[in-house]
Design a protein around this ligand. Sequence first.
Ligand code: UDP
Length: 237
Amino acid sequence: MPAPAFRRILLKLSGEALMGSGQFGIDPQETARIAGEVKLAQAAGHELCLVVGGGNIFRGLAASQQGFDRANADYMGMLATVMNALAVQNALEQAGVDTRVQSAIPMPSVCEPYIRRRAERHLEKGRVVIFAAGTGNPYFTTDTGAALRAAEMKCDAIFKGTSVDGVYDADPKKVPTATRYAEVSFSKVLADDLRVMDASAIAMCRDNNIPIVVFNIRETGNLARVLAGEGVSTIVK
Ligand code: UDP
């Protein structure tokens, strides 16, 4: 079997990916389906790191606009990402995939603290590593956390799972003539504010040469297809 183009990837999912058709929280069926996607990708020979956001439970910025102290609200948001990480770990283990959660905010009775060398060892042993609590700092997002961990873990690419099949020149849900880019540069994403990930995450990927593959995670089997070079996606590089 030839070595896959993206051997080690970091899969970034927003918290909303776990909601399924709901408006809030974690849908166990949808979480199990996503675990199945990860399992398929791993079976195809890829090493996987995961970062899950927390927006299905709590967003610091939105809460601060309603009166919460921003830093305090951001810590609450980071705790939400830990809940999501545990939910995904649970689903992966039920699917028979060995998994470790590492949190940027140490909470040793819940999961491991983030230790890069230890995470490396988990990946070598065939485990999926879920990085929780983003960067561990307020005023950041899990997109930036994903870019940071992808750089530290020397991932070949970030796979950003969304509800659309790539990056378009306009919102495809609103503009019927919107067209999808097969490939787009980091500088165009930043200049045109194409909203792939937040600007600090894009800049970090650009500075460290980490391509971002944007694809639709809602289509079952799609992660493995895109990894095999067969599915529809946009590559930002
Ligand atoms: N957050 C933070 N620092 C980080 C990562 C996340 O403060 O490094 C907080 C922030 O409040 C954010 C929330 O955690 O709103 C949830 O993360 P995010 O909004 O990135 O989740 P997503 O939109 O991907 O679901």
